[in-house]
Write a protein that binds this ligand. Structure first.
Ligand SMILES: Nc1ncnc2c1ncn2[C@@H]1O[C@H](COP(=O)(O)OP(=O)(O)OP(=O)(O)O)[C@@H](O)[C@H]1O
Length: 480
């Protein structure tokens, strides 16, 4: 016999399926529908491995877990759960689970996990740590299979200092995941320092990262510390790593290999204790092939690859995300709103090139600009329609100037609140509405050339890049 497995799940059909599959694989199975019986078996010394559900009639499997680990620290416990959030995955891992399987799971995968757990040298899996996080703080929303796989990997990474490379299209949540890795991980009491390679002029990146000595280059009037020093004891998040110039790549590689670096213009090596999480929305391997990114650095960064799927591949997460963003806008003082079910279906069909950021911006716009309590399909259609369709109405706009157009829109907006004032924060909201077409059209006119567009607008290049990201504007190059 391959070993005895204790199964606790209040769902009879799951017990039957597990019983059959595990017996067929030569395990002895004892199953129960409640936590108390499982605990008694554990006290008796029965079982080589435990499979437990989370929600059971008498006790929550996650609450039982620490007690099991206390008396039988060497028995691996696999937690199965239909409560598929990042927090369940993290709690299970923190409380000593060997692995966490979101339901529904694949039986083949379950058997592999069981086999792996039994072949491991016996050791305690508990890694200590507090688990007093409350559910309201869960940072990542979405229960699609793709997101659950992410939570599972994240939960495993929490107890480690491994370098992680997060890839995914713009707006898929890369920075959010990097923050979750930090905030739930063992460096949570240290700083989280993000730096975006695309937002800093190339010639300044090295000194930004590593600091510089006085007089290291023209304009270096004083000694300055870099992000590495700021992130000491914490996490450094290197966003858009593909934009890192080659010289800075070489310096970064040295840090990853030797754990030390020198400042720009400095000679003494400085020891560093920083966890690196990097992110990219490009195909870094292609950059490597084109000679734009060092291959050795790529492998050093890619210790744990994490790919965040685009929103269109997990449309089932859209209703949860939309509700989450509506709740956020309410907390910020905007009126309570909901989105009708047909409207949600419409949202699910949209392609979301800007991913979760685009959805978030849309929901914020809907919450701020429409007075209806329930947002219906017609409003969504209007918002998702290409920008050119906006603004005409029944007015002859031929010779209407910008000021008049804005005035007309605003009057309509105030009128829609029938005597009441619109929600506060109007200034920023309206300016954002104007900034969007201003920037998109300038980019279109300059053929997607951001330097020219910045020049045309009379703003700094970095400001323009920041705005493009914030307002979720798609830049299409060379269309003309
Ligand atoms: N799963 C999620 N749950 C809740 N909010 C999310 C989720 N994913 C993304 N967001 C929100 O969407 C916005 C964009 O996310 P984030 O900045 O992390 O994306 P990104 O992939 O780093 O984008 P970029 O590549 O453009 O920097 C943020 O406001 C973030 O809070």
């Amino acid at each position: 016999m391959a070993g005895t497995i204790l199964v606790a799940d209040d769902d009879q059909s799951i017990r039957t399926v597990l019983d059959q599959a595990l017996s067929r694989a030569n395990y002895v199975v004892r199953s129960t529908g409640n936590a108390a019986t499982l605990y008694n078996w554990v006290l008796e010394g029965a079982g080589d491995i435990i499979l437990t559900d989370v929600v059971m009639p008498d006790e929550n499997g996650l609450d039982l877990l620490p007690r099991i680990k206390k008396i039988r620290p060497d028995v691996p416990v696999i937690v199965m759960s239909a409560q598929n959030t990042l927090l369940t995955a993290i709690k299970a891992t923190e409380r000593g689970a060997y692995d966490y399987l979101p339901k529904p799971f694949d039986l083949k995968e379950l058997l592999q996990v069981v086999e792996r757990a039994l072949s491991k040298p016996k050791k305690s899996y508990r890694r200590g740590g507090q688990d007093d996080e409350d559910d309201t703080k869960i940072p990542l929303i979405g229960r699609s299979p793709a997101m659950q796989e992410i939570y599972r990997v994240l939960a495993r990474l929490m107890g480690t200092d491994l370098t992680v490379l997060i890839s995914g299209e713009s707006g898929t949540g890369k920075e959010l995941v990097a923050r979750a890795l930090h905030e739930y991980g063992k460096r949570k009491n240290g700083p989280f320092v993000p730096i975006n390679m695309a937002a800093i002029p190339k010639e300044l990146i090295e000194s930004e990262l590593f600091g510089h000595e006085k007089g290291a280059f023209t304009g270096a009037d004083t000694r300055a510390i870099g992000r590495f020093e700021q992130a000491q004891g914490g996490t450094l998040f290197l966003d858009e790593i593909g934009d890192m110039p080659v010289e800075a790549q070489t310096r970064l590689l040295r840090v990853l290999q030797q754990g030390e670096y020198t400042t720009v213009g400095g000679r003494t090596a400085i020891k560093t204790d920083v966890r690196i999480v990097a992110a990219t929305n490009r195909d870094l391997r292609q950059f490597v092939r084109q000679g734009l990114f060092r291959e050795d650095l790529y492998y050093r960064l890619n210790v744990v690859p994490l790919r965040l799927p685009p929103l269109r591949e997990r449309a089932e997460d859209i209703p949860d995300l939309a509700r989450h963003f509506l709740t956020q806008t309410q907390e910020e003082g905007l009126p309570v709103k909901s989105i009708g079910s047909e409207a949600l279906d419409r949202l699910k069909k949209h392609k979301w090139p800007g991913n979760v950021r685009e959805l978030e911006n849309l929901v914020r716009r809907l919450a701020a600009l429409y007075s209806d309590d329930v947002i219906d399909t017609s409003i969504i259609d209007q918002e998702l329609a290409p920008q050119v369709a906006n603004g005409a109405g029944d007015v002859n706009i031929e010779d209407e100037n910008l000021g008049t157009a804005v005035e007309r829109h605003l009057s309509k907006y105030f009128a829609a609140h029938s005597g009441n004032l619109p929600p506060t924060g109007l200034y920023d909201r309206i300016l954002r509405e104007i900034e969007r077409p201003l920037i998109s059209l300038s980019l279109e006119a300059t053929n997607g050339n951001q330097i020219k567009a910045a020049d045309l607008l009379g703003v700094n290049r970095n400001t323009l890049r920041k705005k493009i990201r914030e307002l979720d504007i798609q830049v299409v190059r060379g269309l003309k």
